[in-house]
Design a binder for this molecule. Sequence first.
Ligand SMILES: CC(C)(COP(=O)(O)OP(=O)(O)OC[C@H]1O[C@@H](n2cnc3c(N)ncnc32)[C@H](O)[C@@H]1OP(=O)(O)O)[C@@H](O)C(=O)NCCC(=O)NCCS
Length: 175
Amino acid sequence: MSVTLRQLDHTQVRAELTDFAHLLTACVEAGASIGFMAPFSKDEAQAFWTGIANKVEAGDRLIWVAQEEETGQLLGTVQLIIGLPDNQPHRGDVAKLMVSPSARRRGVARQLMLALEEAARARGLRTLVLDTVTGSPADSLYRQLGWIEVGPVPDYALFPDGTPCSTTFFYRALV
Ligand SMILES: CC(C)(COP(=O)(O)OP(=O)(O)OC[C@H]1O[C@@H](n2cnc3c(N)ncnc32)[C@H](O)[C@@H]1OP(=O)(O)O)[C@@H](O)C(=O)NCCC(=O)NCCS
């Protein structure tokens, strides 16, 4: 599978709302703890991505997508939050990394994260922060990519079915 990586502007996010909504609902239905509870509808997902398009337009967020080269199918996405307080111009928060359940373990998330880090470095950012479910596939991914564990917070969030989960915070110094 050949993968194309692209950074999108707000008009491109709005143009692909249906695909984004499909990707998000598939990830939540597969049990990902990424901010939403089951049952999670396509309408709720579209509303979420409309809000993200607005944040991209405001300059608060950057967003990347991974697409299957031949078909253009949306395989995954990740965001970098840069609209932070005035005393943190050198920092970014990584958010909403997700890969379609049918495209996992083929290096899509790794490629998305490397593209994000490269762009963050090019913008002069020095510190990136994120959090993820303790012991999850994403937890393994970030460790493999060199992220440093700050530590876990027990009972931080819920899985879509309501089961509580611990969240581990990580940072990455872009030197
Ligand atoms: C986490 C997620 C983004 C990984 O996407 P992916 O494209 O499958 O990941 P990659 O193929 O790039 O994996 C890279 C490395 O991450 C680790 N990894 C990924 N999935 C894993 C799994 N299920 N179990 C253990 N390690 C895993 C491995 O070290 C892997 O390297 P390897 O395949 O050479 O062993 C994907 O599982 C997902 O979308 N999960 C639901 C949403 C989510 O939890 N997002 C994280 C928000 S913080």
